[in-house]
Design a protein around this ligand. Sequence first.
Ligand code: ZN
Length: 409
Amino acid sequence: MHAWPASEVPVLPGQGRDLALHDTSTGGRVTLTPGPVARMYVCGITPYDATHLGHAATYNAFDLVQRVWLDTGRQVQYIQNVTDVDDPLIARAVETGEDWAALAERETALFRDDMTALRMLPPEHFVGAVEAIPWIVPMVERLRDAGATYEIEGDIYFSVSADTHFGEVSRLDAETMRLLSAERGGDPDRPGKKNPLDPIVWVAAREGDPHWDGGSLGPGRPGWHIECVAIALQYLGMGFDVQGGGSDLAFPHHEMGASHAQVLTAEYPFAKSYVHAGMVGLDGEKMSKSKGNLVFVSKLREDGVDPSAIRLALLAHHYRSDWEYTDAVLQEANARLARWRSAVSRPDGPAAEGMLDEVRTALADDLDTPAALAAVDRWAAEQEASGGSDTGAPGLVSRTVDALLGVSL
Ligand code: ZN
């Protein structure tokens, strides 16, 4: 499917810094060492409740990864999927009586509009699960032929025991994995499973469920994890630089994806680093579809909120922290946006180069956006204090904030 239009990224003077990120699989900071073309896969939405601020916060984090890489002169191969067929999407369609495909299409269109408004750089390939079925079927057949799968009533499960590296992405104990599996789309209690954690890779066709020709697998639809593996391997291959997503994807989704890919290819690792963004809460609870406490980007836009202010609200929090959305967060972002816009309407002084350096340093340090915003705040305060009132071109500060933070002043 098509992605969304890219906003222009200004080229900045001087040299960008190499990015260090917290890698879940090692539990520590790693300085990434991409080649001239950095490769990143970020898990996309299941399109039935797009785009809440939790989504926006995740895509904001990985948008910054792209921007830092671009600033070092690298090209970026960025892939994102859309889980346009899966249990929760089908369940929502059944609940509301809407056709599942129409629901997915509408919500995906809304997501594109929100991403465009927020100036998130688009992926090079934006791929739906349905589009990936022709790649998924032979992969499941290969896993089966390698003895890594088994069947329960036509459904095909992957044996996590087939991967000697299983568990190395999320580094959780078995009991935690079991609990999270039950919470996050798994079925640990289904009778007949060899290991309660084993994930489904091919769901046999059921009455009324959408399904496709699965060749020797029989009619059905793909499991969630194999979908991302198929898309990532199609465009990036093994050993790409960053597998990204929200922290609720570390287990089971990224753990299972890595195992699928490592068994399929007999290569290691699937991704060189696994990077996870924190959760956004509202009224003391994680923002999620099941709790119904969502703040939507489209609703804020409808209410006249400037997308640059939404972006600044996201950037005010470190991507790995869990944070709470409140009206005060938005007010603060609006006030900051107004201060910055007022400051850039005056000519830049030499201090702007120091600000660029500070923003680069902050972002390279595990995307420390609060420090990056503080650097621009300091520059804006100095500019204000100096009292200059000439009308000037947007200049270096605007270009820095645009190129590295995605914020249009
Ligand atoms: Zn995924």
